[in-house]
Design a protein around this ligand. Structure first.
Ligand code: FES
Length: 157
């Protein structure tokens, strides 16, 4: 298996920023899907900012490509079209609104589940847009739906 992995890695350069498109085109498209080093990534342009996140929702592998963007609790989020989970674009946090029944007068508040979706780094140089994949080695839930194994899991969901 290690040999297979080595072969895979040889096919595409790893580590560095990948050119993903011309800035004008990426702005026009708003949401762009790219596969980088075998990873499916969604690049979003919203209110003058670019974001790059894993393309499949951490909850059950839903495709985020057509997810609406909205601000919740001061954070720009994508809403998964499948079950409406909200994912913050800048940090990959899963957030939800709930009331605490232990409060005297329960008021709905926003809560964070922590980072659930892997976030990548977007840069621009001379009208070109680049994405550098996250190098965070810890497991992030959206990792589960990536690659060949992820394809199988997505089909089950
Ligand atoms: Fe995204 Fe369930 S798959 S909310």
């Amino acid at each position: 298996q290690a040999f297979h992995r080595a072969m895979e890695e040889e096919k595409q350069p790893t580590g560095g920023p990948h050119f993903v498109g011309k800035k004008d085109e990426m702005i026009e498209a708003k949401h762009s899907f790219r596969t980088l080093e075998g990873r499916d990534v969604l690049i979003v342009y919203h209110q003058s900012a670019f974001y790059a996140i894993d393309s499949y929702c951490y909850h059950a592998g839903g495709t985020l490509l057509n997810g609406d963007i909205e601000e919740f609790d001061g954070k720009m989020c994508i809403i998964c079209p499948n079950h409406k989970y909200k994912i913050c674009l800048a940090q990959g946090e899963g957030i939800y609104k709930a009331t605490d029944p232990r409060e005297k007068t329960p008021v709905p508040r926003w809560y964070s589940k922590g980072v659930k979706q892997r976030i990548h780094t977007v840069t621009e140089t001379n009208g070109d847009v680049y994405v550098k994949l996250s190098e965070d080695r810890g497991f992030i839930e959206s990792d589960f739906y990536q690659g060949e194994k992820g394809k199988v899991e997505r089909a089950k969901a």
